[in-house]
Design a protein around this ligand. Structure first.
Ligand SMILES: Cc1cc2nc3c(=O)[nH]c(=O)nc-3n(C[C@H](O)[C@H](O)[C@H](O)COP(=O)(O)OP(=O)(O)OC[C@H]3O[C@@H](n4cnc5c(N)ncnc54)[C@H](O)[C@@H]3O)c2cc1C
Length: 221
């Protein structure tokens, strides 16, 4: 990621870290700028990729996008006494086990939490409890579920991402809704966004990801 950021900066991409977009400046059927407390960002075209927050942001432009946040948790053990040699999915428990350098990460669950902060200890404990069922010899160090990491997966009702232009504004695009696969699908999503911007999308894929496919994509929020 560091190398990618460096490469993009060399290509002239500007980054504005810790800058919250709070609204839109709208002129007829176009977005003319994004608003943030410190400044406005003008552009010809906007791609909203704000993960689970995308729907909240779009409400401010009068658009209702059906999107739920699927909160997931992970616990990373530092230098555990034993590790599997490669990543594995505990299918029935719906838990992913990933060796990362000297560490070991357990991740899982999908909780529709409404973007509320905080850890649901019961769900984290369920992840931890599943491990001995698959690795009976693994000795789990004492772990406080309350210290688990959590993140929000942006989930569409049909499980497919939203990638494309929104009907309401001709220069507003979204790229979100990747649920459990956002890291894996990032590069392909970037490719499709570039094709859409250039006006020659690969329709074999683009038609499935149309953000207007539910009535919500076109209605006023
Ligand atoms: C426990 C767990 C395990 C996972 N494992 C995998 C995996 O193994 N493989 C995989 O492919 N995916 C995995 N995922 C899913 C993956 O993390 C998501 O699909 C992915 O992060 C979605 O990417 P995104 O860029 O759309 O959204 P995010 O990663 O959520 O990024 C959205 C960004 O927008 C910013 N933002 C929001 N609102 C505003 C605003 N108003 N102004 C400015 N910025 C804003 C946020 O701060 C954030 O940085 C996992 C998720 C979880 C929770």
């Amino acid at each position: 990621m560091k190398l990618l950021k460096k490469k993009l900066e060399e290509e002239g991409v500007l980054f504005f870290p810790n800058t919250a977009i709070t609204g839109f400046e709208i002129k007829r059927n176009k977005i003319s700028a994004l608003k943030s407390p410190a400044q406005h960002f003008e552009a010809d075209l906007f791609v909203l990729a704000a993960g689970s927050w995308t729907a909240h942001l779009l409400k401010r432009a009068g658009i209702c996008l059906y999107l739920q946040d699927g909160k997931g948790y992970s616990v990373t053990l530092s230098k555990p006494p034993a590790r599997p040699q490669h990543a594995c999915i505990l299918v029935e428990a719906r838990v992913a086990v990933t060796p990362m350098g000297d560490d070991l990460r357990f991740a899982g669950t999908l909780e529709l939490s409404g973007l509320t902060p905080g850890v649901n200890r019961r769900r984290v404990q369920a992840i931890l409890d599943s491990i001995p069922q698959y690795f009976p010899k693994f000795e789990m160090p004492e772990t406080d579920p309350g210290h688990a990491w959590y993140g929000y997966r942006p989930c569409a009702p049909d499980g497919l991402p939203y990638i494309g232009f929104l009907r309401k504004y001709e220069n507003l695009m979204v790229a979100t809704g990747h649920a459990m696969m956002g890291l894996s699908l990032g590069p392909a999503t970037g490719e499709l966004v570039a094709q859409l911007v250039a006006g020659n999308p690969d329709e074999r894929f683009a038609k499935f990801f149309d953000p207007n496919r539910f009535a919500g994509g076109t209605h006023r929020g």
